[in-house]
Write a protein that binds this ligand. Sequence first.
Ligand code: GLN
Length: 538
Amino acid sequence: MAQTKYIFVTGGVSSSLGKGIIAASLAKLLQAQKYSVTIQKFDPYLNVDPGTLNPYEHGECFVTDDGAETDLDLGHYERFLNVRTSQANNVTTGRVYQSVIEKERRGEFLGKTVQVIPHITNEIKHRMMLLGESGEYDIIITEIGGTVGDIESLPYIESVRQLVWELGEENAMVIHLTLIPYLSAAGELKTKPTQHSVKTLMESGVKANVLVCRTEHSISDDIKRKLALFCNVKQEAVIESIDADTIYDVPLLMQKEGLDKVVLKTLNLPAPVEADMEKWKAFLQKYKNPKETIHIGLIGKYVELQDSYKSILEAVSHAGASSQTKVKVHSIHSEYLDPSNVEEKLKALDGVIVAPGFGERGIQGKIDAIRYVRENKIPFLGICLGMQMAVIEHARNVAGINAANSTEMDETCGDPVISIMEEQKTIEDKGGTMRLGAWKCALTNDSLVAKVYQAKEIEERHRHRYEFNDAYRKTLEDSGLKATGINPETGLVEVVENPAHPWFVGVQYHPEYKSTVLNPHPLFISFVEASLAYYHGK
Ligand code: GLN
């Protein structure tokens, strides 16, 4: 079995430079050269996972097939690579400490003093190597969250230093992503912050092999030479990463700069062919040359931060590209929607998505919006909480169940059409305890969703505690809201649709997590097509 090679990606100068996108773009180029690649992310914060974080803190929580609540960068990895990730692909400091402390309680350290070095670093190294032990991957890219020089990153940087030493430089390398700021008063790109951050890395004994330089302006050969000389890397290893129109341009920009070639050379791996990016280019071609433009509303309560609904926005882009349509998404705050302004805010839209979410805030606005799109036959996709709100809206306004609500919003409501799942009733801990990950769903013959998926049974990912209350199923179905997707083991309603409406679907699961560039999700494709048809019919 060939030696698995390791690439570590660190960040310098500033956060938010897009390490995840660079890591995913490199992985894509290596994959296109027939290497099997995966990416993992190590986050230096103390939460055991991001599941308990408010989206305002850290953006969306991405859910994997195996039910891990993970960093949103794993979404980029899946969307770029078209391969699944798992719990092992995302590790936080909280998780590392948790397992070290559990081992200490079990007496596994045999009376030794437990310390950051070597116990925490050993645990980090063990987890950094874990995915490689399967022999499934030729190359593993490990993204280290945070910025070099942060106190909390130190154990990770030390672990990288040790691993490079243990594995040897041909088997492990470091890419440092940095910022080259442009001073407009001087009209110059500045290399000093990068020199300092590479020096900080070196003080910890880690040498960067490649610099990827985020910049707003093209970096001249002179500046590349200067960076190479002062940062101790080869000139060909100074890679420009200029601001792009879309994240989906980045793999091609990196290919042009030769990032994949310099990486393969450093790891002493052959580069047999020019990375075959034809399918990717075909996607971009359609994405960048839309024939029409439609307007979709995304109604949620975390709309101020784009990252809160990252996977939904990307899934919509993938679907738009597949029908060569530009989909302009308008974020609408559900807290500021009410019957007096709903028409004014929604009437110009060609389709509406009601987003997932938790808690009471902003739900009435979601219900008012759903009533408007149901009555006006505007295509509607409700995701998770969005589906639950569609059930409440239908119960109240069509079936005449005035007291309909979810027990999440009102524990003692008269008609809990959405109620807490039986197995959730005794759970008190908030972290990692929802109904998570991939579950099966059987689709009703002749339903809209069966046609959309072209399948009888599907598997989608979940993240919820509340469910459609089966006691109301008959009344709701009789009044026109059909349950057309059911979990075959538990009977849980996963999909509702309204056949009297041209396109009205609510799903308890999160289809957005499974949409990738090369495999846009059928539900989003169909929703965009329905919105396009609505636009044409106006
Ligand atoms: N709050 C709802 C539940 O727990 C919906 C969750 C979600 O939208 N992800 O069931």
